[in-house]
Design a protein around this ligand. Structure first.
Ligand SMILES: C[S@@+](CC[C@H](N)C(=O)[O-])C[C@H]1O[C@@H](n2cnc3c(N)ncnc32)[C@H](O)[C@@H]1O
Length: 271
């Protein structure tokens, strides 16, 4: 059924070896579970095609998140029951469909609880296919769609005191963009909230992850996705890396919207 979608599946999922100080997603078994994605997504994956708002047919969807990642998002939504979610990079809407579906399945009325940012969505590479798929799935009430660059949207979200429980970073994969995205997302997360970075073995993304490990250990801790993930990381094929926001215990009292991730004279951790 999912021949084309599975063709794209990379079985490598990132994570650390099990460590008592590292959080953990229970029983993450991405390919072992039955597929219960929304029908529009199942069709998109099985046929490897979708339709844009103007009627344009897209016959190859190379930017779709892997099935592993989509299952990870689904499972995280079900286990952690986040109230507000955010993603950077909408493309044809694969991950957006999972977020919106799962937000609905949590039993809440649609209040735009999922924010999706993508500046190229209205233009010909996508023809709003992602947003249109969400509308076709009758999930538009759950989507707060921002057709802008994340580097401009994220600081505005922060300044307007928005907070999220689960963030998926899958926009521009350039080092500078991923760095800016993770910097703001760490501040936008509620304590205990998770951010997941796709394509963790991409050199740009991997560099940002190394920076986070070496310098932001007081603000975020890495989450283990199990033994398979550790092995994937070992052979340089890590797909996902996940960090959890730690409660703030710095010198400036309770954490506020503008509290820095660490004090200004913190030591530089080489990476
Ligand atoms: C790999 S695709 C996202 C795939 C999507 N998450 C899915 O599951 O189908 C990356 C997306 O990031 C978007 N993008 C590129 N630069 C961006 C930026 N600066 N801010 C936000 N999105 C960006 C691209 O337009 C593209 O749609």
């Amino acid at each position: 059924m999912l021949a084309q979608g599975l063709r794209k599946t990379r079985v490598s999922i990132g994570g650390l070896a099990q460590d008592p100080n590292v959080g953990y997603l229970s029983h993450f078994n991405p390919l072992g579970d039955a597929m219960d994605f929304p029908p529009i997504l199942q069709e998109m994956l099985s046929e490897n095609q979708t339709i844009g708002r103007s009627g344009k047919i897209f016959r190859d969807l190379p930017s779709n998140s892997t099935v592993n990642n989509l299952k990870f998002i689904q499972q995280t939504m079900r286990e952690r029951r986040p109230l507000r979610t955010l993603e950077i990079g909408l493309a044809f809407g694969a991950s957006t469909l999972v977020f919106c579906t799962e937000n609905k399945k949590l039993g809440h009325a649609g209040e735009k609880q999922h924010t999706a940012i993508d500046p190229y969505q209205p233009y010909s590479p996508y023809d709003e296919a992602g947003v249109y798929a969400v509308e076709r799935a009758k999930l538009a009430d759950y989507l707060d769609y921002r057709p802008e660059f994340s580097e401009f949207v994220l600081p505005r979200l922060l300044e307007s005191h928005q907070r999220y429980d689960f963030i998926y970073i899958d926009g521009s994969h350039l080092f500078e963009n991923v760095f800016i995205d993770t910097f703001y997302c760490a501040r936008l997360l509620n304590d205990g909230g998770w951010m997941a970075l796709d394509d963790s073995s991409d050199p740009h993304v991997a560099k940002v992850i190394e920076f986070m490990r070496a310098n932001l250990a007081g603000a975020v801790k890495e989450i283990s996705l199990g033994a398979k993930s550790a092995l994937a990381g070992f052979v340089g094929r890590r797909q996902l890396t996940v960090f959890e926001r730690l409660p703030y215990d710095g010198p400036h009292g309770p954490r506020k919207w503008d509290t820095p991730l660490r004090v200004w004279d913190s030591k530089f951790g080489k990476f």
